[in-house]
Design a protein around this ligand. Sequence first.
Ligand SMILES: [Zn+2]
Length: 362
Amino acid sequence: MKESMRTSSGAVIPRMTAEQAEARSYLTMSLLDKMHLMPVGDPVAYSAAADGSPIYYFDPCRVREAPPENWYIPDEADLVQPMRLENGTLIGRMSTRRAAELGYYTRERLAQMHYDVPPEPAAYTLRGDRSVIYFYDKSAAVRQPLMCVRCGREVRYRRKLCRACFEADLAQRRAEGDAHRNAEYHMQRERVLFFDLELTGVYEHDEIISVSIMNGAGEMLMNTLVHPTHKKRWKQTEKIHGITPEMVADAPTLSELAPRIRGLFDAADVLIAYGISTDYAHIKYIYATPAERNALRAKTRCAAAEFVRYLQEHHPDLTHASLSDAMQVLQVEWDGVAHTSVADTIACAKVWERLFPHYYED
Ligand SMILES: [Zn+2]
């Protein structure tokens, strides 16, 4: 064995006997481990173990307290077939399964998980031919930026795609959406109805207090307040639609209006509302049987759902999809007082025509 060696950081350290090292109070790595200390910097000397491998010595004046995660790791005596790394650290042999339990993985596996490989392994195992496979601690590894799931070459931008793939994807959705909307035409303005209800609240037990129905030609076919049969007050929604109990005191009830509404609905090919599920849940009671209610439902279209689809294709940054948002994006102006059922109905009809530009064409 040579009389000196160069450490991984380039320092040259002398070889000495264990007795000489002890005389200088130098500490081995296993002694430092037992004292829950770790060296600061390189070893200052080394000696040769019985098998010829080096035992490093550290200067006791250049040590610091080891963090707990270092010293609760099994010490030399607990390691299976310990192997000393060039930096003096001991690592044990373990099965791939045990390594995975501890969060230790091979270099290749870490790369697959998009982690940079730490400089030193944390454990090892042996192949059938006795060659060594090292395991690295994932918690000590730095995560690499995630790659695009489509091309795998560029860093992710949005929706797990790189910018180029995201934009190509968006262009394709847009083309599909435009094709979907442009494919609807031939509708007769008189047989397309837009409607809006004002309610005492959003729940099942709430009641209709206003109905507006307009056709695609812009004719307002019904615009009336409705007298609720159970509810006496609706303080919360009154602030939104402005309809007071006094205003509906002399208005017709829904059952009085039902024959006329049914006549309008039955003569229509399609019924469109903005956020139709709430409207449907309340207006369906003008029909008595489930079959009639299903027939009504089959004719309905939701302008809000179509607007959300359009947003996802054309403005994926926007997440709000109220009627006012749709009007803003599609550049539609209010006609009348916002949030009254008549103004909402007109706005819904305009939004629909922006979304389906050929809807009434031959
Ligand atoms: Zn890509």
